[in-house]
Write a protein that binds this ligand. Structure first.
Ligand SMILES: Cc1ncc(COP(=O)(O)O)c(C=O)c1O
Length: 423
């Protein structure tokens, strides 16, 4: 087989699966808060021959020859991220958000150290201390949550728990929290108890890059992120910090956690950082927040309870018990998928149901915003979703909703018809 033979000749099975997924991506309304559609430019960099290069180490200090060019790629990505976020130190090597967090824990802490994070069932992430994750297995996590009445973070409560627990590190930044986070208040508490502040900005880093959410970089000792969610870049992780932590964090990622970096994806990260420095990106970030707010208002207008009464960022949580006490998140997500929406179920704070059934839907707007949807379309999608869920036994109504959803998806598809989905 020739090295330059096209995928469709070499492996028609995989080529056909990719084409089918292009069609799936083109024919649904996408509301999974952590997903997005990358540009062709990002795809080209991520799919490039840079995948061929081994380069354990860091620019200027590698364990392999022939790294001159990937050194430039990695430096470009780091410099762009430094400029974009005002960071002193950047590491673009983590293969994912989970590995960025792991690299930080390994680099800055010892196994068994106490870390204070938000519990998973209140909006935190697996890597913030879940007992089924390395974080909860290797470290001694304590948890704070949201206030039961406001469903927002109560900084007095965080301070109380921090004083009682005396953690070595406090983690702020979440997977399912829809409000602005007071980075300065977190730093104040961290300083008071002599802890490091790590902000996990995986979900909101795109909003931060576009100026639509306050930047944690000036406040936190270290900030981790993913580059593939609202950020809309290559799939992977990112660490930013004050320079004084650089050497320890470099070591935390390589050799503590990873081997050779994924140079193709580092190039894809560099491209997305350049894209994020444009006025179009700023408008995109602002539109995500406007769309999330508009859709939350629309579903609340249909009588649905939204956790904390709304949103300041790219996502919100619907409490399905306000539609029907018996409707679980898992069932609701399945019903919505059958009418043309991809979405994920999620626990809501103080959820009486276990995570695999859950009482909520997490609704995210980055992907739909990338597709060009604005307030009128997302409001319509919100109303249609509630109509489907309220009438889930009525096949006639479900097919009406499906037809409307298919037509919105077709008008606001991420990629043009015939797009190959690969480069
Ligand atoms: C807050 C937070 N941190 C870390 C991660 C992990 O990212 P990845 O899936 O790339 O490992 C996620 C992913 O959902 C997340 O929401």
């Amino acid at each position: 087989m020739h090295i330059d033979a096209p995928l469709s000749d070499v492996d028609p099975a995989v080529a056909s699966l990719i084409s089918r997924d292009v069609e799936r991506q083109r024919s649904f309304v996408h509301l999974i808060a952590s997903e997005n559609f990358v540009s062709r430019a990002v795809m080209e960099a991520s799919g490039s021959v840079l995948t061929n290069k081994y380069s354990e180490g860091y620019p200027g200090k590698r364990y392999y020859e022939g790294c001159e060019i990937v050194d430039e790629v990695e430096n470009l990505a780091r410099d762009r991220a430094k400029a974009l976020f005002g960071a002193e130190y950047v590491n673009v090597q983590p293969h994912s958000g989970a590995q960025a967090n792991m690299g930080v824990y390994f680099g800055l802490l010892d196994a068994g150290d106490k870390i204070l994070g938000m519990s998973l069932d209140q909006g935190g992430h697996l890597t913030h201390g879940s007992h089924v994750n390395f974080s909860g297995i290797l470290y001694d996590f304590a948890a704070y949550g949201v206030d039961p009445d406001t469903e927002t973070i109560d900084m007095d409560e965080v301070r109380r728990v921090a004083r009682a627990e005396r953690p070595k590190m406090i983690v702020a930044g979440y997977s399912a929290y829809s409000r602005l986070i007071d980075w300065a208040a977190f730093r104040e508490i961290a300083d008071e108890v002599d802890a490091l502040l790590m902000v996990d900005a995986a979900h909101i880093i795109g909003l931060i890059a576009g100026g639509a959410h306050p930047n944690p970089v000036p406040h936190a000792h270290v900030v981790t992120a993913t580059t593939h969610k609202a950020m809309r870049g290559a799939r992977g992780g990112l660490i930013m910090a004050k320079e004084e932590f650089g050497a320890a964090l470099d070591k935390g990622v390589f050799p503590n956690v990873q081997g050779g970096p994924l140079n193709n994806h580092i190039a894809g990260k560099a491209v997305c950082f350049a894209e994020a420095a444009t006025p179009e990106y700023k408008a995109y970030a602002a539109q995500i927040v406007a769309n999330a707010g508009a859709m939350a208002e629309a579903v609340m207008g249909e009588g649905v309870r939204v956790v904390s009464g709304g949103t300041d960022n790219h996502l919100f949580l619907m409490d399905l018990r306000s539609i029907d006490q018996d409707l679980t998140g898992r069932d609701a997500a399945g019903i919505l998928h059958s009418v043309g929406v991809t979405i994920n179920f999620n626990t809501i704070p103080f959820d009486p149901r276990p995570p695999y059934r859950a009482s909520g839907l997490r609704v995210g707007l980055p992907a739909a915003t990338t597709c060009g949807m604005r307030e009128p379309q997302v409001e319509e999608v919100g109303r249609l979703m509630v109509r489907a869920l309220r009438n889930r036994e009525d096949e006639g109504i479900l097919s009406e909703v499906r037809a409307a959803m298919v037509s919105i998806a077709a008008e606001f598809a991420p990629y043009p018809p015939g797009f190959p989905g690969r480069v």
